[in-house]
Write a protein that binds this ligand. Structure first.
Ligand SMILES: Cc1cc2nc3c(=O)[nH]c(=O)nc-3n(C[C@H](O)[C@H](O)[C@H](O)COP(=O)(O)O)c2cc1C
Length: 261
């Protein structure tokens, strides 16, 4: 079985997961962010894995766009792995809809609990979470080898309720995005996500090292006069914030970036 693993990752959780999956399966690892602007994305692999972080209870915008460019997926075994701090929200539903519109089927879906990057959960032991996630990736790889199908993630029995909760949260997400983007209320949510970087700022602690520009998975940052400039195609992934080296892990509040969200 030839397998391709497509992944998107901001702060590294999903890359970690995708990497282990690819190693275990002997699969090719392909970055969604580098492919997303290709008009037709085809593969001769007969199995496709899609590994992504959950954002706002759904797929990241870049992943949605990427899925919409997949070609000739009919008959392929497609499995998806969501990494998240809480739950998968509507992400698999959205993915199924896009794949079906393109003639494919989401054969299997998995959720993997990972450290929450949007806000810290001090009561969680990140090492234990990552260790658990790693073992789960091994089981997912074995399932993929056997072409196991179905939904395999916590909360699947409560899915209708969780989807309703996600619907209830959507206006709150939109309200937040409107504030960050300063855009008009008619602007569609995905565009608001891209424009949220209009509110990002840096303090004098920024030394212009360019790491934020280099780690941004969607190349959304230029450096001008020693300061980052965001280009309004932000995925809100927090890589720029998380990887900023000007302060240490234990001094988050002193980072030159203001906490974007
Ligand atoms: C903008 C944003 C929105 C997020 N929304 C959710 C969410 O709705 N539910 C959830 O469980 N985790 C959410 N998370 C947490 C991430 O899904 C989780 O930490 C993920 O593993 C990060 O993957 P990465 O390190 O590969 O970017 C969100 C993170 C960010 C940055």
């Amino acid at each position: 079985m030839k397998t391709d693993i497509y992944y998107f990752s901001g702060t590294g959780n999903t890359l970690y997961a995708a990497h282990h999956l690819a190693n275990r399966l002997g699969a090719k690892l392909k970055p969604v962010a580098a492919l997303v602007n290709e008009s037709g994305i085809e593969t001769d692999a007969d199995a496709i894995g899609i590994v992504f972080p959950v954002y706002y209870g759904d797929l990241p915008v870049v992943v949605k766009k990427f899925l919409g460019h997949l070609e000739k997926i009919k008959g392929k075994y497609i499995f998806a792995v969501a990494t998240y701090g809480g739950g998968a929200g509507s992400s698999f539903k959205t993915m199924s809809q896009i794949l079906e519109a393109r003639g494919g089927i989401l054969s299997a879906s998995y959720g993997v609990h990972m450290p929450q990057n949007a806000f810290r959960k001090p009561w969680e032991n990140n090492d234990a979470t990552l260790d658990h996630a790693l073992r789960k990736m091994e089981r997912i790889a074995d399932d993929a080898k056997d072409r196991k199908t179905g939904k395999h993630y916590p909360g699947v029995l409560m899915k209708p309720i969780l989807c309703l909760m996600h619907e209830a949260f959507k206006p709150l997400y939109k309200k937040g995005m409107l504030k960050y983007s300063n855009a008009s209320p008619e602007t569609d949510f995905d565009m608001l996500v891209h424009l949220a970087d209009k509110s990002f700022t840096v303090s004098d602690a920024c030394n212009g090292c360019r790491i934020c520009a280099n780690v941004c998975p969607v190349r959304n940052i230029n450096i001008a006069n020693g300061r980052p400039i965001w280009l309004n195609r932000c995925e809100n992934c927090l890589a720029c914030y998380d990887w900023c080296p000007s302060t240490g892990e234990k001094a988050l509040e002193k980072r030159p970036f203001s906490k974007p969200f």
